[in-house]
Design a protein around this ligand. Structure first.
Ligand code: UD1
Length: 364
């Protein structure tokens, strides 16, 4: 007997999204199973999240690993098809915007299995981002689309998607954040001691920022200046470490004031973020998490697919221009940054809303 909903995860930002969905499905008697594509495979990028967030063990791990976009996407599709055949679910649920999201959605829709997309309708309007392609295409082939902010519906409408298929449910990543805040690992435990006078948290991994040596070096110019003012805690993504080595920039990461860490677990990262003076990032998730926590965020990109973090949250876009980054940093030190408020429906109950809609859809 197959399951009702086959859920897919592949890369780090998927794990915090699927955790509350699996729980809510169990509570609503939605019979769900989980597939891990293996896009991310290091213990620190994958296993630790399953352990910390209590995500059920995946039924199967497709173990696709790293490759070019074409090869990675193709391998996921090839490996997912027999799993889909064996499970014969009523629907496939995908989250976010990584290659695993699009690859599995494409396999499902071509087999006549309806796709449900969580975190639909976000648009950076920057088609040079691989994630933007994944978002646009996944939404086009989804039957049920769950959104985190109201602008998403406008985006989907513009792309010809029937609004009847779109459900504004809130943000499952914030469900996970709220559920785990009390368990966040204290800063002193992660760092050995708490930095006096505040600290900055930095994450960096977007191809646009780290694959180009000039851009990466410009970002480091700004980071070094900030590190003269306060410690910069930098959990470094494997692709960023590799890029730094390739560009001959590794020595600049070892400067005093910059504290390099391996990729952190969810609860460690939450502890670090919650108490940071400022977060500098090019991640999508951290833009939302800092807004939910009321922590100032400098986003090292020219655009964001999560505009509510700008209009209502604590987020400011600077791109990779050192002058803009430093100006924004100074403003935050002087004023404490944007005050922000919690966006609509980022209340910790998004996954319950999704489960209720899915249950109804299955019963219809
Ligand atoms: C992927 C997502 C991105 C997300 C990010 C979070 C796509 C298109 N991109 O980017 O949206 O923000 O995950 O991390 O799906 N690597 C390891 N160990 C791992 C995983 C990756 O060493 O467990 C290294 C490999 O050298 C690999 C590189 O990271 O080549 C890139 O990994 P990949 O999954 O291709 O994309 P990310 O850059 O992580």
């Amino acid at each position: 007997m197959g399951c009702e909903v086959l859920c897919v995860v592949g890369a780090r930002p998927n794990f915090m999204k699927i955790a509350p969905i699996m729980t809510a499905f169990a509570q609503r008697d939605v019979h769900a199973r989980l597939v891990h594509t293996g896009q991310h495979y290091d213990a620190s990028m994958s296993d630790s999240f399953f352990e910390q967030l209590g995500i059920p063990r995946p039924e199967v791990n497709l173990e696709v690993g790293s490759a070019s976009h074409a090869v990675q996407t193709a391998e996921i599709m090839r490996a997912f098809e027999p799993v889909l055949d064996a499970e014969s679910p009523r629907a496939v649920l995908v989250v976010g915007d990584v290659n695993s999201t699009l690859a599995c959605a494409l396999v499902a829709v071509k087999k006549g299995v309806p796709v449900m997309h969580v975190e639909a309708g976000l648009r950076s309007f920057d088609r040079s981002m691989p994630e933007e392609i994944n978002r646009v295409l996944t939404d086009q082939i989804s039957e049920l689309l769950f959104t985190t902010e109201r602008t998403a519906l406008d985006n989907l409408r513009r792309e010809g998607i029937d609004p009847a298929r779109v459900h504004f449910v809130g943000n499952v990543m914030i469900d996970t954040l709220r559920r785990n805040l009390a368990r966040a690992v204290p800063v002193q435990q992660t760092l050995g001691q708490r930095p006096q006078g505040g600290y900055a948290v930095l994450t960096l991994h977007r191809p646009a920022n780290v694959d180009d040596a000039t851009t990466f070096a410009a970002l480091l110019d700004a980071i070094e200046r900030i590190a003269e003012r306060m410690p910069v805690i930098f959990p470094i993504h494997p692709r960023t470490r590799a890029a730094a080595e390739r560009h001959g920039l590794s020595a600049r990461l070892e400067r005093p004031g910059i504290r390099l860490l391996p990729p952190q677990g969810y609860l460690q990262m939450l502890g670090l973020t919650r108490e940071a003076t400022v977060v500098l990032t090019d991640s999508g998730g951290l833009q939302e998490e800092t807004t939910a926590l009321g922590v100032p965020c400098i986003t090292l990109r020219e655009n964001t697919e999560r505009p509510i973090t700008l209009s209502e949250g604590t987020n400011t876009l600077t791109g990779a221009d050192p002058a803009k980054i430093l100006q924004c940093f100074e403003d935050i030190l002087a004023t404490g940054g944007k005050r922000g408020r919690i966006p609509e429906l980022w209340d910790g109950h998004a996954a319950e809303r999704i489960a209720a809609i899915v249950r109804e859809w299955l019963d219809a």
